[in-house]
Each structure stands twice: as structure tokens, then as C-alpha cells.
Design a protein. Structure first.
Length: 185
């Protein structure tokens, strides 16, 4: 799954780098030549719509989303397991819902032949198709996490459910930060 996460991060990073270059060129053209490419804001919107699900997938895989551990660390093991199961199932339901919503949006766009109300008049089926692909990548990541969870539960490996699906202990977070600090020096 780390490779999956890295590919998502690479795709997102490449997309944002290209967008930054286009924005820089647009800014220079406006300031120096008083000319605009027109539509860079449109590209920015597409990049965010396509990039967000990739980031959601990375956060789910890497367990890097923000959590409040104040109460979690004090809960009994059984309740921690139940909350971990509930959280990954709800995240998977959200991912499936978003994928269905994106598909319905794309289907409606296709039905009406919708185009962007911008100077480029982009047929919306193009960026929305890529949006659907990135949403399916997020959905695939959460599906994998649910399948992994079911495998752990079937093998009664409850300690792994806590360690893999629960937040890191404060000591682990501190060790990670200290390691990152050493690598930066």
C-alpha cells in the first residue's frame, strides 16, 4: 500500500508543480506583456477536484489524518477496536458515496453535453472523467483497508487492528518527529 500511496503523492505533486508553472507563466505574461492565458483559474479548480481524492487516499493509507487522542488513549482495548472498525467502515462508506456522486455528476454532464462557462469552454466530461478516476483511487484505498481489517478480524489479530487502524501513541509520534528532524540536519 505504500507504493499506492507514493504513486498518489507523485501524481498530486506533478499536477501541482505543473499548475504552479502555469500560474507563474500567467503572472509573467500579465505583468510583462499585459496578456492573459485566460482559464488558469479553471485549471486550478480541476486540479483541486482531481487532487483532493488523491490526498484523501494518501491520508487513509498513511494514517496521517488528524485525530484527537485525548480520550482514545484512555479507552479500554475493546472500545478502541470498535472505534477503529467504525472509523474505517465510515470512511469507506464516504468514499463509495463520493464515487457514486462523482459518477452521477459525470453521467449528467454527458447527458447534457455540459461545457465550462469559461473562455476555454471545456467539455466538462474531460476533467470530470479524471475526477472520477481519482475518486475511484480513493475508494480503492478504503476498500483495501476494509478488506485488510476483515482479514485481521477473521484471524482474531485484534492487536494489529489497534496498531494498524488506531492513532499512533504519543511516544511513536515523538520518535517519528525526532527521526525526521535528524534526517533534515
Amino acid at each position: 500500500m505504500k507504493r499506492y500511496s507514493r504513486l498518489c503523492a507523485l501524481a498530486f505533486g506533478l499536477m501541482m508543480t505543473i499548475l504552479c508553472v502555469v500560474i507563474a507563466v500567467e503572472t509573467l505574461l500579465r505583468k510583462v506583456f499585459n496578456h492573459s492565458l485566460a482559464g488558469v483559474d479553471e485549471l486550478s479548480g480541476y486540479a483541486i477536484a482531481i487532487g483532493a481524492p488523491l490526498c484523501f487516499a494518501i491520508a487513509a493509507i498513511e494514517q496521517s489524518h488528524i485525530r484527537v487522542n485525548l480520550f482514545y488513549i484512555r479507552l479500554p482495548r475493546g472500545l478502541k477496536i470498535a472505534l477503529n472498525i467504525l472509523s474505517i467502515l465510515l470512511l469507506n462508506i464516504l468514499a463509495i458515496y463520493l464515487a457514486i456522486f462523482t459518477y452521477r455528476t459525470l453521467d449528467e454532464t454527458s447527458l447534457f453535453g455540459s461545457i465550462a462557462q469559461t473562455p476555454w469552454m471545456t467539455p466538462l466530461i474531460w476533467p470530470q472523467s479524471i475526477w472520477l478516476i481519482s475518486m475511484l483511487i480513493f475508494c480503492g484505498a478504503t476498500n483495501f483497508l476494509v478488506i485488510r481489517l476483515l482479514f485481521l478480524l477473521a484471524n482474531r489479530n485484534l492487536d494489529r487492528v489497534v496498531s494498524e487502524y488506531g492513532p499512533d501513541a504519543i511516544e511513536d509520534e515523538l520518535a517519528t518527529e525526532l527521526t525526521d528532524l535528524e534526517l533534515r540536519k
